[in-house]
Design a protein around this ligand. Structure first.
Ligand code: NAD
Length: 257
């Protein structure tokens, strides 16, 4: 098993990428701390893990709040004795996030607080725990939109994901000699609730699909497999990377018919 004896904390594990990753990590031998603000979703993920015979703990934490982030890490260590993998994955895409002219300052602040500051806070409290464990792996969820300009505007979301990439690189360099690896996962457009709420008409879906060489949205499970590689010792020489899993969208200039 690829994560035998490891403890992983996953934020946003009540749904989508986080949930699929929690399930896959469990199958690979990890004990998982499921973090979310959606208690029903979090409890459901824990129940799914327990059904598979795995061990999980649910912690309610809002990643934009320092005290919550401190608590989630404390709980992980108190319950499972250590923390080896930190997956800063929680994020939002607000329906009123638009271009610079139309986006309210409040939407900008909310998005930056969860998507960018949330990753900072996860690292702020997670890194000391990884040090205590002798090292570990941090995975921060960014997005392909931090690598390409999109015609469907979501200025706060895009900027927040750019911040995730920049801070991932810096942390990777700063902590490289402490056996702490820090990588960003850049998913392409996925068939999860988050994106489908945003691309809520067939026309909007088609507008996005036309740019994806594979001609389909990705699945959360396909991100979980990438996170598994970054979490495991198989990626022991990988740090500071932008791990892009996007059906070819960032490679394409013109997509095939
Ligand atoms: P999702 O909405 O299915 O899951 C996100 C989870 O995060 C939810 O359970 C939600 O309750 C939780 N969450 C939201 N705010 C939180 C907070 N303040 N504190 C703790 N938990 C919070 O979405 P997903 O598609 O699984 O997204 C996961 C990550 O992947 C996000 O960072 C998202 O930006 C990123 N991403 C998604 C796509 C996509 O197409 N779905 C593409 C690129 C990147």
């Amino acid at each position: 098993m690829r994560l035998q004896n490891k403890v992983a904390l996953i934020t946003g594990a009540g749904s989508g990428i986080g949930r699929q990753t929690a399930l896959l990590f469990t199958q690979e031998g990890a004990k998982v701390v499921v973090v979310d603000i959606n208690d029903a979703g979090g409890a459901e993920t824990v129940a799914m893990i327990q059904d598979q015979g795995g061990e999980a703990l649910y912690v309610h934490a809002d990643v934009s709040q320092a005290a919550d982030c401190e608590t989630m890490v404390q709980q992980a260590e108190a319950h499972f004795g250590q923390l080896n993998v930190m997956f800063n994955n929680a994020g939002i895409m607000h329906s009123q996030d638009d271009d610079a002219v139309s986006t309210d300052e409040a939407i900008w602040d909310l998005t930056m607080n969860i998507n960018a500051k949330g990753v900072f806070l996860g690292c702020k409290y997670g890194i000391p725990a990884l040090r205590r464990a002798g090292g570990g792996s941090i995975i921060n969820t960014a997005s392909f939109v931090a690598l390409l300009g999109a015609a469907t505007p979501q200025v706060a979301y895009t900027a927040s994901k750019g911040a995730v990439l920049a801070l991932t690189r810096e942390l990777a360099v700063v902590h490289a000699r402490e056996n702490i690896r820090v990588n960003a996962l850049c998913p392409g457009p996925l068939h999860t609730e988050l994106l489908m709420k945003f691309l809520n008409t067939e026309a909007k879906k088609q507008r996005r699909l036309v740019h994806i060489p594979m001609g389909r949205f990705g699945q959360a499970k396909e991100m979980a497999y990438a996170a598994l590689y970054l979490a495991s010792d198989e990626s022991s020489y990988v740090t500071g990377s932008e791990f892009t899993v996007d059906g070819g969208i960032t490679a394409a200039y013109v997509t095939p018919e």
